[in-house]
Design a protein around this ligand. Structure first.
Ligand code: PMV
Length: 292
């Protein structure tokens, strides 16, 4: 018998990277998901979007880390993904949570704490030092304020908000980006701490703008958060080009999301013209409705 699980991707509205060092982040689940289906087998195999993976693929290690917690032997795992991977949209965490849920069904151990541990063990294979923000968003959905090591707090929006999302850059490895930020911190600890405090302040100010639907203020805060992230060398020419296009189409603000160094860009403002402009420039883009 096959057991299945699914989980959503996410966008980090503000606070990525700083969240690794204990600053709160605002994160929202999006309605694009990962699905996993698992059954016992004589030897382990993984299919991603119908394609068998090579034995040296890191997903085998991730599966082994997660399934060990359930004491399961060899497995056949099938994965489907509605999200671009390596773009800061939480694809690896969504796959991890979807797989952990499928494993939990197979082992008939449905407690959330073990699902969380299994999904984090999976995530550690890709992210080395994950803050847990992606895994939390994949498990919980909705809009959340997340602090590393704490239960997330739901943020209730007065009305749903449309965030425009564009896949601007080439995929970027999160672990390497987190590592490069850690090196900056070692080199200039005082400047780094000041940046963390500034991001914490932006996150604090952004929460009420989400609740009241004040898109103009949210956009300004996103621009400021982006400036601080780019001072950590996380932006790229492709990201800046996508932001410029969004601004030209009437966006109130925009930023990279997730690890940066490539990947996705978020913009707040009138989504139809922003999406049209991105698509005309050849970018894959979509609208994420948050707080529904
Ligand atoms: O997986 P990504 O690209 O969404 O990045 C995760 C967010 C970071 O803050 C960069 C890392 C982390 O573990 O929180």
């Amino acid at each position: 018998v096959k057991s299945t699980g699914s989980a959503r991707g996410k966008i980090i509205l503000l606070g990525e990277h700083a969240v690794v060092y204990g600053v709160p982040a605002l994160v929202a689940g999006i309605d694009r998901e990962a699905r996993a289906s698992v059954q016992r087998a004589s030897s382990t195999s993984i299919l991603l979007a119908g394609q068998p993976l090579e034995a040296n693929d890191a997903l085998f290690e991730a599966l082994s880390q997660a399934s060990d917690l359930y004491g399961l032997g060899p497995l056949e795992l099938e994965l489907e993904l509605d999200l671009p991977s390596g773009s800061g949209l939480g694809a690896s965490a969504a796959l991890g949570v979807a797989t952990a849920r499928a494993l939990a069904h197979l082992a008939d151990r449905l407690d959330e704490a073990t699902i969380w541990r299994a999904a984090m063990a999976w995530e550690r294979v890709f992210h080395k030092n994950p803050s847990g923000v992606d895994t939390t968003a994949a498990m919980r959905g909705g809009v959340l304020r997340y602090v590393r090591g704490e239960d997330p707090t739901p943020v209730r929006l007065g009305q749903s908000l449309e965030i425009s999302v564009c896949v601007a850059g080439p995929p970027a490895p999160t672990a390497a980006m987190v590592e490069s930020v850690a090196r900056l911190r070692d080199r200039r600890p005082e400047a780094f701490t000041k940046n963390l405090a500034a991001i914490a302040q932006l996150v604090e100010n952004a929460e009420p703008t989400l609740r009241s639907g004040d898109e103009r203020s949210l956009g300004r805060l996103m621009d400021l958060n982006h400036m601080l992230l780019s001072s950590w060398m996380l932006s790229t020419e492709e990201i800046e080009a996508a932001r410029e296009i969004a601004r030209g189409a009437g966006a109130f603000g925009s930023k990279l999301t997730g690890s940066g160094g490539g990947g996705a860009v978020l913009a707040v403002g009138p989504s139809a013209p922003i999406l049209d402009a991105w698509r005309a420039a050849g970018y894959v883009s979509f609208v994420a409705k948050i707080g529904t």
